[in-house]
Design a protein around this ligand. Structure first.
Ligand SMILES: [Fe+2]
Length: 354
């Protein structure tokens, strides 16, 4: 779009002179009367309005009409003398781009119009940019909302898939625990009770949700290696001799070998392999000591030992709770992690399960 100026002046000669000055910047229209000027302002779009204050032209009305009909146009007012220009400056403040005093300043018009047009273009570009940014921002917001919905939907699907996988893994693991107990009926219910005590202790020890999940199954399956123990040893009602003990003591390593081949069981390896280690380092199979023994294994060790004490077995009666506490306290340090024994007793875990 080319730029267009309206020159308002009662004298055709003056209009011709002004047109000469401006014509290489803008296309020019002219109005010699106020009525003509007002009509053109409402008909045609102008970027520049040059108005002379020479009577009978009322420059105020022309300025007011320009502001109303052509808010983006810039106005240059020419006054007969400089003093009048200063008065006008106050009364038209903010609406007139420049005042020029008398014909002698007309030569400045070229520079003023060029500057005005440059500013106008900058303003237009700025508005365009703001509009564009607004559109892009709107699009971005829509895209973000869409993405949010998709992410939520995918998360929900994954959650469902994970829950179903977890539930089938749980079934498979519980099946394994049953298989261990079927092999050793004397310890019926032992795996489940060990898991219950271990979980109670794990919660008191403020384990994370993930660790608690591993601990639950680790406690359930800690004796999985007993699948590899001969029946004659596993089911022997009386005390084991040295060779039999030696054979019995391989069950953590047998369990480890089984778990090491199944991804599902790998997280439980510490519980399976190390639940017979002792705090003082005299346990088996690796003779590790103190905090070198994985925490989950230390918890299972305590829960396992307590259940063995507190339940009837074919070859022994259950030990009363007070006596169990004494044994656990005595073994805190040699066999068990002392801080875990402290938690187990002080938080009333034994009492809460009767
Ligand atoms: Fe064991």
């Amino acid at each position: 779009m080319g730029n267009r100026a309206l020159i308002v002046h009662p004298s055709p000669t003056a209009v011709a002179e002004i047109r000469d000055v401006l014509s290489h910047h803008v296309a020019c229209d002219s109005a010699h009367t106020e009525a003509d000027a007002l009509r053109r302002l409402s008909d045609t779009e102008y970027q520049v309005v040059v108005v002379d204050r020479k009577p009978p032209i009322d420059a105020f009305r022309i300025v007011a009409q320009t502001v109303a009909a052509q808010p983006d146009a810039f106005i240059v007012v020419m006054t007969p003398d400089a003093n009048e220009g200063r008065e006008l400056d106050t009364s038209m403040s903010g609406k007139v781009f420049r005042f020029l005093a008398g014909p002698e300043q007309r030569w400045q018009l070229t520079g003023i119009v060029a500057e005005g047009l440059r500013l106008q273009k900058l303003e237009r570009d700025q508005k365009e940019l703001i509009k564009k940014l607004g559109l892009e921002y709107g699009k971005l917001q829509k895209r973000e909302k869409l993405l949010d919905v998709v992410v939520k939907e995918r998360t929900r699907e994954l959650q469902i898939a994970y829950e179903s996988l977890k539930s089938s893994s749980r079934q498979a693991l519980l099946g394994l625990a049953e298989a261990i107990e079927a092999k050793d009926p004397y310890t019926k219910g032992h795996c489940g009770r060990t898991a219950v005590y271990a979980m109670a202790l794990g919660k008191e020890a403020r384990l994370s949700e993930t660790d608690l999940e591993v601990l639950e199954f680790g406690a359930f399956l800690h004796d999985i290696g007993k699948i590899g123990i001969k029946d004659a040893v596993l089911l022997k009602p009386g005390a084991l001799d040295d060779d039999e003990w030696k054979h019995m003591k391989i069950h953590p390593v047998v369990g480890f070998q089984i778990a090491d081949q199944l991804d599902m069981l790998k997280p439980m390896i510490p519980c399976i392999r190390s639940h017979h280690e002792r705090w003082d380092g005299t346990g088996y199979p690796d003779k590790i000591k103190g905090e070198d023994i994985p925490l989950l294994a230390r918890i299972v060790c305590l829960a396992d030992a307590y259940d063995a004490m507190a339940t009837d077995r074919p070859y022994k009666r259950a030990i009363p709770m007070d006596e169990c506490k004494k044994i656990l306290t005595r073994q805190a340090g040699p066999q068990f992690d002392p801080s875990l024994v402290d938690l187990f007793i002080s938080r009333g875990i034994m009492e809460s399960f009767g």
